[in-house]
Design a protein around this ligand. Structure first.
Ligand code: IPM
Ligand code: MN
Length: 365
């Protein structure tokens, strides 16, 4: 089969880890006879430097013609100014909005062989395996007004707006229920209904929708309580669904349970998975651009490689190919190969490209 993939590797370690994912796509292509046509483009700081904006309209148009997007990371100190200038992050925010990628799926899995790398006690993290679904195209990050101004007496003021309508809430909750149906049928919906109007609407819509899914146990939990449960009792979770900002915070917290952010992939989808044959999606590692280690060939490419695996599964329906990538990652980890972020003290670690080669050799031997 033939697929068109937009590749936006971005800033910092983005290009290094994305390069390894391309290696994996090539290995899958030659093993299974698929062709992945790659369309590269600029996003983030590198696009600001070249074009003055974090993503150009032409690049957005090009992406819309592709079957999926493989994304690296954006941002870095060079563009970190607090003024209201164009920021690298606008690139990813604009893509999410333009492609209507309303659900962001972040699987959190603790590898048996990496329990030692977790900041939490082994008995707490052993067997942890859940997914967080974060609403991605509304809420505080997009609501208007969003601005800054000076009052008449010279006080600096600013506002962000947290807005949700019931349709935006329902469609992402539906992703939660659907994924819960394929797992343990337990869905935690997180909100702050004790304080926020949007959360009360969220909870109401969740309760209404649960009538369509009687087999799924719906558990409402306050987001601050969930933050605590994530580090004291993460095993209670199977599928979590929540709004944009809570999901941003909590998924970073969840990401380190497994020992390194360098292991966790994500998928951002424009439709409820499984409902359509093909789902337009953007796939990116959860970690950011990590400017402190950029260019050194030491970043962990596994999060990007697993994101590529998610792309094959969710956007292209290539389950066998996706399983092979996941199993190859498991295999090299259980054989003891590590990048520096997950290596034990004094243990030899491998480079980004060496890990990519090992995984690619497992796929295409
Ligand atoms: C993420 C990132 C982004 C976000 C940034 C880069 C805009 O932190 O994907 O979690 O806040 O959504
Ligand atoms: Mn984030």
């Amino acid at each position: 089969m033939e697929f068109k993939v937009a590749v936006l590797s971005g800033d910092g370690i983005g290009p290094e880890v994305t390069r390894e994912s391309i290696k994996i796509l090539e290995a899958i292509g030659s093993r299974f006879g698929h062709t992945f046509n790659l369309q590269t483009g600029d996003v983030g700081g590198c696009s600001i430097d070249k074009n003055g904006v974090a993503i150009t309209d032409e690049t957005l148009d090009d992406i819309l013609k592709c079957d999926s997007v493989l994304f690296g990371a954006v941002g870095g100190p060079k563009w970190d100014v607090t003024s209201e200038n164009e920021r690298p992050e606008n690139g990813i925010l604009r893509i999410r909005k333009e492609l209507d990628l309303f659900s962001n799926i972040r699987p959190v899995k603790v590898y048996k062989d990496l329990v030692y790398a977790s900041p939490l006690k082994p008995e707490i993290v052993d067997d942890v395996d859940f997914i967080i679904i974060r609403e991605l195209t509304s809420g505080l990050y997009f609501g208007e007004p969003k601005k800054r101004w000076n009052s008449e007496d010279g006080i600096r003021e600013s506002v962000d707006t947290l807005y949700y309508n019931e349709n935006e809430i329902e469609r992402v909750l539906r992703v939660g229920f659907e994924l819960a149906m394929g797992r343990e049928r337990k869905l935690h919906s997180l909100d702050k209904m004790n304080v926020m109007a949007t959360s009360r609407l969220w909870r109401e819509v969740a309760t209404e929708l649960s009538e369509e899914y009687p087999e799924v146990e719906l558990i409402h939990m306050l987001a601050d309580n969930a933050a605590m449960q994530l580090v004291t009792n993460p095993k209670i979770f199977d599928v979590i669904v929540t709004e944009n900002t809570f999901g941003d915070m909590l998924s970073d917290e969840a990401a380190v349970i497994g020992g390194s952010m360098g292991l966790l992939p994500s998928a951002s989808l424009s439709s409820v998975p499984g409902k359509q044959k093909k789902t337009l999606g953007l796939y990116e590692p959860i970690h950011g651009s990590a400017p402190d280690i950029a260019g050194q060939n030491i970043a962990n490419p596994i999060a990007s490689i697993l994101s590529t695996s998610m792309m094959l599964r969710w956007s292209f329906g290539l389950n066998e190919e996706s399983d092979l990538i996941d199993n190859s990652v498991d295999a090299i980890l259980s054989e003891g190969y590590r990048t520096i972020d997950i290596a034990k003290e004094n243990e030899k670690s491998l480079s980004t490209s060496e890990i990519g080669d090992l995984i690619s050799n497992k796929i295409n031997y």
